[in-house]
Design a protein around this ligand. Sequence first.
Ligand code: CP
Length: 338
Amino acid sequence: MISFTGEHILSVNQFDREAVERVFTIADNMKPYAARQKRTTVLDGAILGNLFFEPSTRTRVSFGTAFNLLGGEVRETVGMSNSALAKGESLYDTARVLSGYSDIIAMRHPQAGSVAEFAQGSRVPVINGGDGANEHPTQALLDLYTIANERAYFGHGIDGLHIAMIGDLKHGRTVHSLATMLCLFKHIKFTLISPKDLSMPTHICDIIVNSGHELIVTEQLEGIVEADICYQTRVQEERFETQELANQYRGKFRLNQQIYTQHFKSQTVIMHPLPRDSRSEANELDNDLNSHPNLAIFRQTDNGVLVRMALFALTLGVENTISDFDQEVHWYSNKSKK
Ligand code: CP
């Protein structure tokens, strides 16, 4: 299992429960820095190579923000066409070159397995920011961290959780990674709601069943009843051969206040990895839930910074010395009041 310092983070399969809980403990320690109550320069001089060969808002920017909050600098490469990959350079050569310019690399790429292939050529640790429809391990950690916090609010732990995952479970790498990581915990009930053609891959269902958890597969949204967490997803249009094929699934499972009132129990927490598709033909998670206290989607995005700070600190071996480099914040900030 992962021991963090100097290691790549490529897959949720590297984690056991102890490693997950270690990340959560360090993430908790990051709260005063993310809230701008104080700052640290523990990574002063370190460089993050932030390589995003597929569109991203929150993963790319939260990786960069997390590194900046630890005092490090960020060098970005965004878009395949802006790199020599577009000229036929291999992932191995790209990794050899860019790892000479960085202390650590975060990377997203549209092909499954590409980040692991890149890591083979890298001389510094590589963190997977999403490889095709395969995995998104840091999203799984921030989702699980959010689940732990939301459950704690209602006096529960992760063990015994009932989670409903909804939508494009075939192409959604976040649900693949989250479901696998949840299997490290005890007595989890999974209700997987999707059109038959977009169902969870068999190998993930096998992990759920073989690790002794309860699995219900349905095409009916009514399966949501009694779930503690409702994890909604977007139709991953970029994984379909044509937009027409993706269009037939858009708007199939919409969540809004009326659905929540009709089908959910009062403590059900709504999550979504984002982006949500807000176009009228999809609108899988309606704005009329934006003020709902159990809508956790923006707590997830804030937690992404804490978890990625924790992963940088652990991977670069500074998790115990962060406060040795504390400095005061001397600009106006009301972040901690939000
Ligand atoms: N959740 C997620 O991966 O979002 P981005 O695509 O914006 O990074």
